[in-house]
Design a protein around this ligand. Structure first.
Ligand code: GDP
Length: 495
């Protein structure tokens, strides 16, 4: 109904070439089976190894996830170990011993999605089960369960869980990997019952040893990990020799990691999907082409709305993303009949503006209202302009996610430098975005935008740590397929 693409057709592939499991009930999560009707099909090869690892992970989750006997045993063992008791003998040698990584949120939605995807890849590499900690209401009714199995969930049941105060864990926490290594407790026997992995922007050199062999060796026998990160730390996993071979098999094309994991993991809830698809059908579907423009402003890179608008227009005209306007409206000599005929032949372009700020929509829609463009009609839309970020509010996050999803339905994407919100949109779309570069001294930079060389997000706060010398190193120069990010000089990304 009103789908701009082919619509429900025999060619649409809801399971995305085997990326998604068929073992789901469609109604509980419409987006999972319907996303392929709205998004461009992926042009990026999916390895059969990734598909088989995902199915293996799903079996592990069904065996070890919350609600299963193995989970209850693992929690009981954790509690005993934390109380200082030896493990009870209620386990028989045939019982599976499961290991877990608990992801806990920090920062905005983009950061959260990217760190969840990173944690999931780490779980795949280390045979851990990924659980998400939702301490407040802000992440409820956002995403569907990504893993099949009605007997279990990926949400950590908080009641009675022995590790208390997860929300307060930080760089100073005694149980952090960095602090354990700093105290020389890296090779404890028996291993600690649980450890905290701190990969947030303020992480210290010892925390960065997560990306070194000794860090990984310390974590190996620890059944429960809690992770907090605001980063897309996937590129860092490629620095670990022990995972290299497996990563290469999973992702022969290294620049598609988030694209595949993002489409695998993040299925918006029916509430969010309803917002996105209602908007799409009403405004974007009638067009032949959709251009999504995400405009993000950061306090540390101030620019006036006028200058920012100039930047958008300058990018769009240099790169021919939007049609140039004619100085006058349609020629007055054209008869009404003639005009109608012309309009029938014109192409319709829909421009989706996504921003906290409503100014760009006002200016751009006025431009195309007041002036025509040759052979194209341009309609401009913006679902919300919420003003300020409120990541603690569920409805705010639902709207943000609906806009990320809408951007991912675009044929051309323009994003803003250094925005994780933009990274997620381009990754789900599977498109290299045109990136609006950071302003220079409050002015339009030259060039105003650049076509990104990869669809991969940037690991903004890369460790830049040399595991051998324990000093600084430039992570952008170690591997041929990991380079300094184009929009964050400190960061690195897969290309
Ligand atoms: P980043 O700060 O750009 O890296 O992206 P994040 O998603 O991590 O954090 C920004 C948060 O601000 C988002 O999650 C939203 O809550 C809000 N936000 C920023 N830009 C937009 C926007 O264009 N639309 C909506 N609805 N929310 C936005």
């Amino acid at each position: 109904q009103g789908l701009g693409r082919a619509g429900p057709s025999a060619t649409a592939d809801p399971l995305l070439g085997g990326l998604l499991s068929p073992d789901f009930d469609d109604r509980s999560c419409l987006s999972r089976s319907r996303a392929s009707l709205y998004r461009q099909p992926s042009l990026h090869n999916l390895s059969s190894h990734l598909v088989s690892r995902l199915r293996r992970y799903e079996s592990l989750h069904q065996l070890c996830g919350p609600g299963t006997p193995a989970y209850s045993r693992a929690v009981a063992r954790l509690r005993e170990a934390m109380d200082g008791h030896a493990s009870s003998n209620s386990t028989s040698s045939s019982d599976t011993e499961c290991s877990y990584i608990i992801w806990t949120p920090v920062e905005g939605l983009g950061n959260r999605i990217l760190s969840t995807a990173s944690a999931f890849l780490y779980a795949l590499l280390t045979d851990r089960v990924l659980l998400v900690h939702h301490p407040a209401d802000d992440l409820n009714d956002m995403f569907c369960e990504p893993f099949p199995g009605s007997n279990t969930t990926w949400v950590l049941p908080e009641e009675g869980f022995p590790i208390q105060g997860i929300k307060g864990l930080n760089v100073r926490t005694r149980e952090s990997l960095g602090n354990a290594l700093g105290r020389g407790e890296g090779s404890r026997d028996p291993p600690a019952p649980w450890l905290y992995v701190h990969l947030q922007t303020d992480y210290k050199p010892d925390d960065r040893r997560f990306f070194c062999d000794d860090g990984q060796e310390t974590l190996r026998g620890v059944r429960w990990l809690v992770l907090r990160s605001d980063n897309y730390f996937v590129p860092g996993l490629f620095f670990l020799r022990r995972y290299e071979e497996e990563l290469v098999r999973l992702f022969p094309r290294r620049d598609t990691v988030f694209h595949h994991l993002g489409r695998y993991l993040f299925h918006p809830s029916n509430t969010v999907w309803g917002m996105a698809t209602r908007y799409y059908s009403s405004y974007l579907a009638p067009a032949e082409e959709r251009v999504g423009i995400q405009v993000r402003e950061f306090k540390y890179a101030r620019i006036s709305a006028d200058q920012r608008y100039k930047q958008i227009i300058s990018c769009a005209s240099r790169e021919s993303l939007l049609p140039a306007v004619e100085n006058a409206t349609l020629p007055s000599s054209a008869s009404a009949h003639h005009q109608e005929q012309e309009q029938e032949q014109t192409k319709r372009k829909a421009v989706l503006i996504v921003s906290l700020n409503g100014d760009y929509y006002d200016k751009l829609s006025s431009l195309y209202y007041e002036h025509g463009a040759a052979a194209v009609t341009v309609s401009v839309f913006q679902p919300t302009h919420l003003g300020t970020q409120h990541s603690e509010k569920r409805q705010h996050n639902q709207k943000a996610l609906a806009e990320i999803v809408l951007l991912s339905f675009s044929d051309v994407v323009v994003t803003s430098a250094q925005s994780t919100f933009g990274y997620v949109s381009q990754g789900l779309a599977g498109l290299r975005p045109w990136v609006l570069m950071l302003p220079v001294d409050g002015k339009v930079p030259d060039p105003p935008c650049r076509l990104a060389s990869t669809i991969e997000p940037c690991f903004m706060k890369a460790p830049h740590y040399d595991c051998r010398t324990r000093g600084d190193s430039d992570n952008g120069k170690v591997l041929p397929y990991i380079r300094q990010c184009e929009d964050v000089s400190y960061g690195v990304q897969l290309v």
